[in-house]
Design a protein around this ligand. Structure first.
Ligand code: C2E
Ligand code: MG
Ligand code: MG
Length: 743
C-alpha cells in the first residue's frame, strides 16, 4: 500500500479533531463500502453506491468519480448517480490542468483540491460555465490512486453552496477515494484474470499446469480433446501420463535438465493418446516461479502436429522426387551421391555413377504423342529400378535422362553385369496404350574414387561418357577414360583462353566471296571468324565455336562478329557496291540466350536490313523456341535476310522453310564435293535447287573447289557459288584487292 495514502487515512491527528458521532459515522461509512466491495462485482455500481453513501453524510451536495483516460490524457465521469446526464456530458473529456476545475486540478497536481467558490476561483476558469449552469458553487476533489500510487482519477463532492470541507468531510473523501482506488485496481486484476482464464480455457493448444514435482494441477479443454484424458483422470497424476513410451528416460532427463537450467524447453516429441495411439507433438515447457520465488510451477503446452508433418512430407516429396516416375529428382540424387561418396570412402569400396539417355526418345514423343512418351518413361523407370539393389539409387534428371548410383562395389567389373542387364531390359518392347514401342539407351559410366572425388565432376564424367556411347552408335555403354578427361581439360583451357582472346582483341574476321554464278559478280561475302593465338597461331572456328557455345561466350563473340561485319559492309557499300551484303553465322545458342538488338544496331548505323544475311542451321527450326520465332520475325520485318547453312545435313523440313520466310539455302559442301561423280548427290542438288526456286529462295553452293563443279551448278540453275575455286576466305585488304579486279 502507498505509504502516503496510509498516512492520510490513519493519521491520528485527523481523528483527534473528530467528534465521537463523526468518528462512528466514518467507521460506519468505511464498513459499508468495504461490504460493497466484498459482495459486489460490478465496479461501476460499487462506485455509484459509494457516491450515494457519501451524499447521505453531506446535505446539498453530489458526489462523482472521474477516471483519467491515459491514452487520451482526459477525464471522464465514471460514477455520479446524482448528477444530471447533461452535466456529465459536459464534464466528459475534461483535460487535467491548472484551470480545469477541482477534479482537473486534483489530477493535474496530484493532491486534494478544495475550492470554496467555483464562480470566482481561477482554478475553475475553463469550466466555469458548467458551475454556473448547474449551480455548483463549491467543489472538493481528491485524487484516486492505484495500488502503485499512480493517479488514476478523482473522487469529488460538489455543493450547491459556498463552503470548505470540515475535517470530517475531508476524512470521508480520503476514505472514499482510497477505497475506490482499491476497487478499481481489483476490477483491473479481475479483468486480467478473466482474460487469462479464457485464453487458458480456449487455447487450441493443450495446456497443463504442473507443480514442482511435475504433478498435474490443471488442464484446459484442448488437452482433453488432444489426449482423450479428462481433468479428473489426469489431475494429481504425473505429467508423463500423456507422453509416449518410445522416448527413453534419458531423453526426458535431458529435457527437464534444460528446463531447470534455462527455464524453458521446446521441441518435437511423441505423445500417447488415452487409447494408446501415438502422435507427434510440438511441446513447450516453461517453469513459472511462484509469487515469492521459493518454488515453481510448470506450464506445459503442446499441439498435435500430425497434419503439419504430413504436409511437410508432401512438400519434401515434391521437392525431391520426379512427379512423373516417382523417382528421386536431381536434387535428391545429388544429396544421395554426396552421402554415398562418404560411406563408400569410409568402407573402402567404390561406387559407379551411370548416366543413361534413351536413344531417339524424341521420335517416340513425336510419333506416338506425349502421353505414350510419359508412359514409356514410367515403365523405363520401373525396369531400371528392377535392375539394381535396394541400396542403389535410380533418379530421373529430366526428359529422358536417368542416373544411377551403384553402391559398395568391390571392383569396377561388378558394374558391368548390371549395365548389361539395363541395356537388355530397355531393349525389350514397351506395350503402351495398345501401342508397341522400342527404345535403346546410351549409358555413360564413371567410378568413385578412381575417376573423380566430387559429385559435380562425377556427373560431368558420366555425362561425357554417355555422349561417347552415343557417338559409338548408341545402345551401348561407355566408360569414362583418361582421354575423355584430357579432352575436358583441353576444352576448359580453350574456354579460359577464349575469354582472354575476346578481351585482348585476338579474334578477327576473314571474308569469303559468294559469287553470282551467272554474272561472276561478287556482291556478297561470308564473315568467318579466326583466332590469332599468341603461341598457336591462327585457330579455326571448328576448334572453338562449340566451346564458346558451351561456356556461353558465344553471345558476346557473336555480337562482336556482327558489329565488326556491319562496319565492314558499310565501308564496302560506300566504296564498291551499294547492294553489298555480308553473311554472318549465328549459332542456335545465340538465339536462345537473349533477344538480340542487331536490328536496332543496323538502324543506328543507318544501314538497310538487306546489308546482312544471317546464316542459321536447319536444326534451329526444329525445336522452335519463342525467342527464335521472335528474332526471325524481327529480321524479316527489318529486311534482314536469312540463309539455311549446311543445308542437307540436318533434319530438313520444307514447311519450316516456308513458315519462316527463308531467303537462301546453302547446300552443304559434302554434296558439292561429289557432284562430279555419278552419285545421288547430283540428283539431290538438282532437286534442292528446283524446290528452292519454287519456294522463292535462292541457292548458294558451298565448297565449290573445281571448275567442273561450277559448270555443273550453273547448268542446274544454282544462283551462287562459294568455295576455294573462287577464293579462300580473305583478309579485308585481300578482299578489297579482289573487288578491284572483279565487277
Ligand atoms: P560455314 O558457315 O559452313 O562456313 C564455311 C566453311 O567452309 C568455312 O570454314 C570455310 O572456310 C570453309 N570453306 C569454304 N570454301 C571451302 C572449300 O572450297 N572447301 C573446303 N573444304 N572448305 C571450304 P571455317 O571458316 O573454318 O568455318 C567453319 C564453321 O565455323 C562455319 O561453317 C560456321 O559454321 C562456323 N563459324 C565461322 N565463323 C563463325 C561465327 O562468326 N559465328 C558462328 N557462330 N559460327 C562461325
Ligand atoms: Mg556459314
Ligand atoms: Mg556451311
Amino acid at each position: 500500500m502507498n505509504k502516503n495514502i496510509t498516512q492520510q487515512i490513519t493519521a491520528p491527528t485527523d481523528y483527534l479533531d473528530l467528534t465521537n458521532p463523526e468518528q462512528s459515522k466514518i467507521l460506519e461509512f468505511q464498513q459499508e463500502i468495504l461490504e460493497l466491495i466484498v459482495l459486489g462485482n460490478n465496479y461501476k455500481e460499487i462506485c455509484e453506491k459509494i457516491c450515494l453513501l457519501i451524499e447521505r453524510l453531506l446535505d446539498n451536495a453530489v458526489a462523482s468519480v472521474m477516471l483519467l483516460d491515459k491514452g487520451k490524457q482526459c477525464m471522464n465521469v465514471f460514477a455520479a448517480p446524482s448528477i444530471p446526464a447533461e452535466c456529465i456530458a459536459r464534464l466528459n473529456g475534461l483535460r487535467p490542468g491548472p484551470e480545469a476545475g477541482s477534479c482537473g486540478n486534483a489530477v493535474f497536481r496530484q493532491e486534494a483540491v478544495f475550492i470554496e467558490s467555483t464562480l470566482d476561483d481561477p482554478r475553475w476558469q475553463s469550466i466555469r460555465e458548467i458551475a454556473i449552469d448547474f449551480n455548483i458553487l463549491s467543489c472538493w476533489s481528491m485524487p484516486v490512486r492505484s495500488k502503485g500510487g499512480e493517479c488514476i482519477g478523482s473522487f469529488a463532492l460538489s455543493s450547491f453552496e459556498h463552503r470548505l470541507p470540515s475535517v470530517f468531510h475531508r476524512k470521508l473523501l480520503q476514505i472514499g477515494s482510497f477505497i475506490i482506488g482499491i476497487a478499481l485496481e481489483q476490477q483491473k486484476m479481475n479483468e486480467q484474470l478473466y482474460l487469462s482464464s479464457k485464453v487458458f480455457e480456449n487455447s487450441p493448444e493443450a495446456i497443463m499446469i504442473a507443480d514442482k514435482n511435475r504433478v498435474i494441477i490443471s488442464i484446459n479443454k484442448a488437452l482433453n480433446i488432444i489426449t482423450g484424458f479428462s481433468a479428473e483422470e489426469v489431475i494429481g497424476k504425473p505429467t508423463s501420463i500423456v507422453t509416449s513410451i518410445r522416448h527413453s528416460t534419458k531423453f526426458f532427463q535431458k529435457i527437464w535438465l534444460s528446463v531447470k537450467q534455462s527455464g524453458h524447453w521446446q521441441g518435437e516429441v511423441w505423445n500417447r493418446h488415452k487409447y494408446g495411439r501415438e502422435y507427434p507433438a510440438w511441446l513447450t515447457i516453461t517453469s513459472v516461479p511462484n509469487n515469492n520465488g521459493s518454488s515453481c510451477y510448470y506450464l506445459i503446452n503442446f499441439s498435435n502436429i500430425t497434419d503439419k508433418k504430413k504436409s511437410d512430407e508432401i512438400i519434401w516429396r515434391q521437392a525431391n522426387h520426379d512427379s512423373l516416375t516417382g523417382l528421386p529428382n536431381r536434387n535428391m540424387f545429388y544429396d544421395r551421391l554426396s552421402h554415398d561418396i562418404k560411406n563408400v570412402s569410409r568402407a573402402g569400396t567404390l561406387l559407379a555413377v551411370l548416366f543413361i539417355d534413351l536413344d531417339r526418345f524424341k521420335e517416340i514423343n513425336d510419333s506416338f504423342g506425349h502421353s505414350v512418351g510419359d508412359a514409356l518413361l514410367i515403365e523405363a523407370a520401373k525396369r531400371l529400378n528392377g535392375c539394381v539393389r535396394e541400396t542403389d539409387t535410380v533418379a530421373r534428371l529430366g526428359g529422358d535422362e536417368f542416373t544411377i548410383i551403384l553402391n559398395g562395389l568391390t571392383d569396377q567389373n561388378c558394374a558391368e553385369r548390371i549395365i548389361q542387364l539395363i541395356l537388355l531390359e530397355l531393349t525389350k518392347p514397351f506395350y503402351l496404350n495398345a501401342k508397341l514401342a522400342y527404345v535403346t539407351a546410351s549409358i555413360g559410366v564413371t567410378f568413385f574414387p578412381a575417376d573423380a572425388s566430387s559429385v559435380e565432376i562425377l556427373m560431368k564424367n558420366a555425362d561425357q561418357a554417355m555422349y561417347a556411347a552415343k557417338n559409338n552408335g548408341r545402345n551401348c555403354c561407355s566408360y569414362f577414360t583418361s582421354s575423355m578427361r584430357k579432352a575436358t581439360e583441353i576444352r576448359s583451357r580453350i574456354a579460359y583462353e577464349l575469354r582472354h582472346a575476346l578481351r585482348e582483341q585476338h579474334l578477327f574476321l576473314m571474308y569469303q566471296p559468294i559469287v553470282d554464278l551467272t554474272t561472276g559478280y561478287i556482291h556478297k561475302a561470308e564473315a568467318l571468324i579466326r583466332w590469332q593465338h599468341p603461341e598457336r597461331g591462327t585457330i579455326y572456328p571448328i576448334e572453338f565455336i562449340s566451346i564458346a557455345e558451351e561456356s556461353n561466350l558465344i553471345t558476346e563473340i557473336g555480337d562482336w562478329v556482327f558489329k565488326q561485319a556491319v562496319n565492314q559492309v558499310a565501308a564496302w557499300q560506300a566504296n564498291y557496291n551499294t547492294n553489298f551484303q555480308i553473311s554472318i553465322n549465328k549459332s542456335p545458342k545465340q538465339f536462345i540466350s537473349k533477344m538480340s538488338d542487331w536490328v536496332n544496331h543496323l538502324r543506328e548505323k543507318k544501314l538497310d536490313g538487306q546489308s546482312i544475311i544471317v546464316e542459321i542451321t536447319e536444326n534451329l527450326l526444329l525445336d522452335i523456341h519463342e525467342l527464335v520465332v521472335k528474332q526471325l520475325l524481327s529480321f524479316r520485318d527489318a529486311g534482314v535476310q536469312v540463309a539455311i547453312d549446311d543445308f542437307g545435313t540436318g533434319y530438313s523440313s520444307l514447311s519450316y522453310l516456308k513458315k519462316f520466310d527463308i531467303d537462301y539455302l546453302k547446300i552443304d559442301q559434302s554434296f558439292i564435293s561429289n557432284l562430279d561423280s555419278k552419285s545421288n548427290d547430283r540428283i539431290l542438288c538438282e532437286a534442292v535447287i528446283t524446290m528452292a526456286h519454287r519456294l522463292g529462295m535462292k541457292v548458294v553452293a558451298e565448297g565449290v573447289e573445281t571448275d567442273s563443279q561450277k559448270q555443273l551448278l550453273i547448268a542446274m540453275g544454282c544462283d551462287y557459288g562459294q568455295g576455294y575455286f573462287f577464293s579462300k576466305p580473305l583478309s579485308v585488304e585481300n578482299f578489297e584487292a579482289l573487288l578491284q579486279q572483279t565487277p
